[in-house]
Design a protein around this ligand. Structure first.
Ligand SMILES: CC(C)(COP(=O)(O)OP(=O)(O)OC[C@H]1O[C@@H](n2cnc3c(N)ncnc32)[C@H](O)[C@@H]1OP(=O)(O)O)[C@@H](O)C(=O)NCCC(=O)NCCS
Length: 153
């Protein structure tokens, strides 16, 4: 019989752009989001996210997941670059990270979270209350959908 995964204690915090903790999130994003597509981050791309908020989730000392939050127009805020370490996937890390990000966005006064979801992760966001809209489009060589969620106050 297969044992169910053990519950894990998670700790969330914001990390500063350019700090060693930030570079650890870039390394995780590279492994989870870019290498499988044969792509890599350019220095310009990483510099352009200097004024974004960078959120990290730890299990003990281990970086379990991360995402990037960037203000958009009209009271919207964009969730980007959601990545969970392969060994930690399907254990609630992604859902906990998104919940933390939504709380921060609400505290900052944003009214709606928007994102470009990889088609393979659309069911994950739907479970968390995000709705798909518009047409399927291509980004970083793969199909994506626009999704959004109103942030209740
Ligand atoms: C997509 C991703 C962020 C989800 O994080 P995770 O920690 O694995 O997800 P969780 O364990 O928190 O899952 C929450 C719920 O969504 C479900 N779920 C997670 N990934 C799913 C997927 N790809 N398809 C369908 N359901 C999914 C889980 O089964 C769980 O459902 P439950 O509440 O009924 O138990 C993570 O798997 C990942 O990093 N994937 C690779 C990179 C990627 O696609 N990032 C998103 C870019 S838009």
């Amino acid at each position: 019989m297969v044992e169910p995964p053990k519950p894990i204690n998670l700790m969330m915090r914001e990390v500063a752009h350019g700090s060693p903790d930030y570079w650890a999130t870039v390394a995780l994003r590279d492994v989870v989001l870019r290498q499988p597509l044969g792509l890599q981050y350019s220095p310009q791309e990483l510099q352009a996210e200097a004024d974004s908020r960078h959120l990290a989730c730890y299990c003990g000392d281990e970086l379990a997941g991360c995402l990037v939050l960037r203000p958009a127009a009209d009271g919207d805020v964009r969730m980007r670059q959601v990545a969970v370490a392969p060994s930690m996937q399907r254990r609630g890390v992604g859902a906990a990270l998104v919940a933390y990000c939504e709380t921060l966005a609400r505290e900052l006064g944003f009214r709606r979270m928007v994102l470009h979801a990889r088609e393979t992760s659309v069911p994950f966001y739907e479970r968390l209350g995000y709705l798909r809209h518009g047409q399927r489009f291509e980004e970083v060589t793969i199909p994506h959908w626009s999704m959004a969620k109103t942030l209740a106050t």
